[in-house]
Ligand binder design. Structure first.
Ligand code: NAP
Length: 259
């Protein structure tokens, strides 16, 4: 049994997931980092950053939408460490093309929903069952599951409806997991980012730049992946011990309904 707590982060090779992994490494968690490929430049960068913090790095290849592949991944992590203390369900994609709702294809809908919603739900289900069992074995074990959703779970974009639907579904999944798992002493949180500077927003950088410049984001700046990393670290440290099912919106005030 590993003496250090263990964090599992999906979509850890870049962007928000990588910043979350580095934050959790700073908090003393060993890091099981999931992405589709473990050989990417991003995983190499993360490996170095995590090891600088004096914790272990375990790269794991998994396409999160492959629910049939998830069991083996969970087994491999448990075989190596004997515990999972925090799961951050972060992996997610935008549609390959932004199409108007009336032109949305079934293919794009299925791709986005399988990666952003079905994959994380069944991954969380598998890990939650292990956490319930691990509670019997580990002293002072305080497991946590986090779902990274988006402001798009409540804000509409008619040219990427499948993304909005996937994130609205994931937001409800987070609440349902929180409800079901409260009695198991597993706490569940939704982390809801706003407009964050990552590969995901590169294609629409100018559009968002203009929106931010025109005041759409009350705090008047882009979010950076580290903004999300800090929030997840605060949850992982136990700062929110008597809470579950909460939404942490990290969006520079996009949550404010302005007149
Ligand atoms: N950026 C934003 O403005 C923003 C705003 C709100 C919410 N979010 C959400 O935050 C999360 C992270 O977004 P990001 O901006 O950091 O995106 P990103 O820079 O594009 O990174 C996405 C991550 O997910 C991984 N990934 C993609 N498809 C995967 C799959 N099928 N299976 C496993 N891993 C997969 C990627 O790794 P590989 O490509 O190496 O597999 C990468 O590590 C997403 O859920 C996104 O919806 C982002």
């Amino acid at each position: 049994m590993n003496h250090k707590p263990v964090a599992v982060i999906t979509g850890a090779s870049r962007g928000i997931g990588r910043a979350v992994a580095i934050s959790l490494a700073s908090e003393g968690f060993d890091i099981a980092a999931i992405a589709r490929s473990i050989d990417s430049e991003g995983m190499g960068i993360l490996n170095k950053e995590v090891e600088k913090k004096g914790v272990e790095f375990f790269p794991v290849g998994l396409d999160i939408s492959c629910t049939g592949c998830q069991t083996e991944v969970v087994s491999n992590i448990l075989e190596r460490y004997g515990r999972i203390d925090i799961l951050v369900n972060n992996a997610g994609v935008a549609p390959l093309q932004r199409n108007d709702l009336l032109e949305m294809t079934e293919e794009s809908y299925n791709r986005v929903l399988n990666i952003n919603l079905k994959g994380p739900i069944f991954f969380a289900q598998k890990i939650a069952k292990e956490m319930i069992w691990l509670k019997q074995k580990i002293v002072d074990y305080k497991p946590v599951i986090i779902f990274v959703t988006s402001v798009s779970s409540t804000l509409t974009s008619t040219n990427r409806s499948e993304y909005c639907v996937s994130k609205a579904g994931l937001s409800m999944a987070s609440t349902i997991f929180a409800d079901r798992l409260a009695k198991e002493e597993i706490r569940v949180f939704e982390v809801r980012p706003g407009i964050i500077q990552t590969d995901m927003t590169v294609k629409v950088k100018d559009k968002y730049e203009k929106m931010i410049h025109e005041g759409r984001v009350p705090q008047n700046r882009w979010g950076i992946p580290e903004d999300i990393g800090k929030a997840v670290a605060s949850i992982a440290r136990g700062d929110w011990d008597f809470s579950t099912g909460m939404v942490f919106e990290i969006s520079g005030g996009l949550n404010i309904n302005r007149l």
